[in-house]
Design a protein around this ligand. Structure first.
Ligand code: PMP
Length: 296
């Protein structure tokens, strides 16, 4: 498979602080606060057939993430929505992944950064199945990460903040180096938490079980899938889940904007089937985002 072009060397435009600039010119200086201190927040959203799924929820979460890091994005939710639509339209893409990013600039160096300007950029590009084309049929293979999701008193865990992804990258690199697709992370208490970029759902006796999102992102896809399941009369239990329970679950799937609904075949020593309930919810989700189902 050919290596995709580097993300700084593509055609097209990127929305940068209020205007569309040529892709290769959307640059920042090396003395940017965000590069040194991870003072940035981002979104990941997808467009299907020309429409960005739950766009306003993403823009709202972006603004909230910035506030949780102590800064105010100088654009309203409506303006961010509009900018996203402009980027998508300019790209000519119908199906795309979109990445809004807000960060502290270079006006001030050091830990404190009250004078640093807040920037906003939005890019989009084509992005297929996050775990590859075979993932839905076969299910992905995961390891358990030694890294744990931090406690809410240790980090702003409700924010989609760049800094929170440092352990996700470490966890996923370790998984891939060992030949696996992803890692399941426990939380600081030792409870089952989530994947490195997606939420976790388990199936047992026809019901769904998903960890309470009290120290990790309560994903937009997660909430959508809970709605879809309840519409089908499937019971959903949001509750603490301990690793001892993994043995007794029949199915396991991940949810996320990039991952959509991805079945999991195994985590360490535990195996799962790519079962009907998982495949049903995956197909409901794809119907919903492609507007083949009325919106939840
Ligand atoms: N957890 C993490 C760590 C993520 O990066 C994501 C993707 N944004 C999710 C969960 C799922 O969130 P969403 O469904 O809103 O994309």
């Amino acid at each position: 498979m050919a290596t995709p072009p580097s993300y700084d060397d593509r055609d097209g435009t990127i929305w940068f602080d209020g205007r569309l600039v040529p892709w290769r010119e959307a640059n920042v200086h090396v003395l940017t606060h965000a590069l040194h201190y991870a003072s940035s927040v981002f979104e990941g959203q997808r467009a299907y057939a020309g429409e960005i799924f739950k766009l306003t929820e993403h823009s709202e979460r972006l603004v909230k993430s910035g506030r949780l890091l102590g800064f105010e994005i100088p654009w309203s939710v409506e303006q961010i929505d509009q900018a996203c639509r402009e980027v998508l339209a300019d790209s000519g893409l119908e199906d795309a992944y979109m990445r809004p990013l807000a960060w502290r600039g270079s006006e001030q160096m050091g830990v404190s950064a009250q004078r640093a300007k807040i920037h906003l950029a939005i890019a989009c590009w084509p992005w297929g199945a996050y775990f590859g084309d075979e993932s839905a049929r076969k299910g992905i293979r995961m390891i358990v990460s030694p890294w744990r999701r931090p406690a809410p008193y240790t980090a702003p865990t409700e924010s989609k903040a760049a800094g929170l992804y440092m352990i996700c990258t470490l966890a996923r690199h370790e998984a891939q180096a060992k030949g696996y697709d992803d890692a399941l992370m426990f939380d600081w208490r030792g409870r089952v938490a989530e994947g490195t970029g997606a939420n976790a759902f388990f199936v047992r006796d026809g019901a769904l079980h998903t960890p309470t999102p009290d120290c990790f992102l309560d994903g937009i896809t997660r909430r959508t899938v809970i709605d879809l399941a309840r519409r089908r009369g499937i019971e959903v239990h949001e509750r603490p889940i301990w690793p001892e329970e993994l043995e007794g679950f029949e199915q396991f799937f991940l949810t996320g904007t990039a991952a959509e609904v991805t079945p999991v075949a195994s985590v360490g020593p535990w195996n799962f089937e790519v079962g009907d309930l998982t495949l049903q919810l995956r197909s409901d989700y794809l119907d919903l985002v492609n507007r083949r189902l009325t919106n939840a």
